[in-house]
Design a binder for this molecule. Structure first.
Ligand SMILES: [Zn+2]
Length: 158
């Protein structure tokens, strides 16, 4: 599976990340599924009631749900929710325990969601992406987060 990330979305994430650094910023990823691949062509930011910490980010969930619905309708069902993204200012692009808990929560509602983390500072941000899947052992559900190959592409100009 390859995650295709459009270059304007990457630029926009870097700007969101830089704007609030050293606090984390984030939001949601919009696009579509092509077989196993994911194509990220749009994003949304944190929403007005999101919480931004140095080592945590809590999105404005209600706002996000409304944004996902309006993006879906405006695109006649083309744009779907693919997962979450957030920044690690001055950190590394690795999943924290909190990130794993967040991805597990998403994976209970959405099949194989993505978690994309941009780490860096100023204008230099490096993306890494994971796919979450819930496995069901006998006792309790557990998350398996697998790093995904990420490729940035330039969308055709309209
Ligand atoms: Zn994180």
């Amino acid at each position: 599976m390859t995650v295709w990330l459009s270059s304007p979305v990457m630029r926009s994430m870097s700007e969101f990340a830089r704007d609030l650094s050293p606090l984390e910023n984030g939001g949601i990823l919009l696009g579509w599924r092509s077989g196993e691949d994911r194509v990220i062509v749009d994003l949304r930011g944190p929403g007005p009631r999101a919480l931004h910490g140095r080592h945590c980010f809590l999105p404005d969930h209600e706002w996000q749900v409304a944004e996902i619905e309006s993006a879906f309708e405006a695109s006649a069902g083309d744009l779907d929710y693919l997962g979450d993204w957030h920044s690690h200012p001055d950190g590394v692009a690795k999943m924290s325990d909190l990130d794993s808990a967040t991805l597990l929560r998403i994976a209970r509602r959405v099949s194989a969601p993505l978690m994309l983390i941009v780490a860096g500072s100023e204008t230099e941000w490096t993306p890494q992406c994971w796919k979450g899947q819930v496995v069901r052992p006998l006792i309790r559900r557990r998350l398996v987060a697998t790093p995904q190959e990420l490729k940035i592409f330039d969308p055709p100009s309209v």
